[in-house]
Design a protein around this ligand. Sequence first.
Ligand SMILES: [Zn+2]
Length: 335
Amino acid sequence: MREKEFLALQSFNARYFDGRSSISKSVILELHDTFVRIAELDLSYNFKDIEVRAKLKNTPQSVTFPNGSYCELGAEDFLSINNQGKFILHIESKMKYALISFAVLGVFVAFCLTYGATAASNILAPHIPKNIVERVSVQTFEFLDEHYMEESKLDKKKRDFITKRFNALLNKNGSLELHFRGSSFFGANALALPNGDIILFDDLIEIEEDGEFRGIIGVLAHESGHAAHLHGLKMLIKSSVSSALIGYFTGDISGFATSFATIIVNAKYSREYEAEADLYALKVLREYNISTKYMADLFDKMKKEADSDSGVLNSIISSHPAMEERIKKFRENEK
Ligand SMILES: [Zn+2]
């Protein structure tokens, strides 16, 4: 009972039975001050004339009218009489959350219409509560594990070496976590989730030629840049905007339920995000005096792999546009 929302003077969905046949009709039952009304059937009855059955567990509550017709409420909703003799409607808490999310969606759409989707995502991303970011990320990770990733086959020594370097150079405040996975789908690639989980795929490590994995460190720095700039979250917000706007104008909000996993699997980061992450990587590499040569070399190899293997659709090349240009930038910054 405590989690139920109490609302008076409400309208709610119910099924109407005429009392003669078993055919029902879905109607909206309005609860007024002293009477109930079904507008579409032009029916209204005083409270004193209707019979409201007590709510039994798991069976819909029924409201019977004087002519023998009756309404059944939703399985979780029910009516009761308060101490002033008035009916009050108890709507299941799910409804409350649905209403809150609709309100949030409304504010959000208004925000986007006013400031534009990119600006709105920049403003909103830092304010998404941590527990939501965590939940979205964990669900995404589980989804990817189930459908697109397998356990890493890389030997433990290599993994430990890379993890040690990663933690020392990129994860000083402990906000990131490095994970190793195999994936024929993602190929030679790495990706960052909004909560700071960074996934490094075996294929990428396999094509690295530098014994100290300095190219890999560059790629991980790049992914840390995506995490630090909240790119994943911003992308999620932006992609929600389009479906939210479609929902706003068409009333169909099914698209709004898009998960981050489908975004990660299908989408590409914008050129602007890539440049921002590259810049972040350049800064880190410069800070530790690591030549960008290794990252440029690794990118070159990835590009060659992707060019020769058209089957690896989701290689780092396709998720990181304008590769040539970017390799050039790293070469220019080579020390
Ligand atoms: Zn990137």
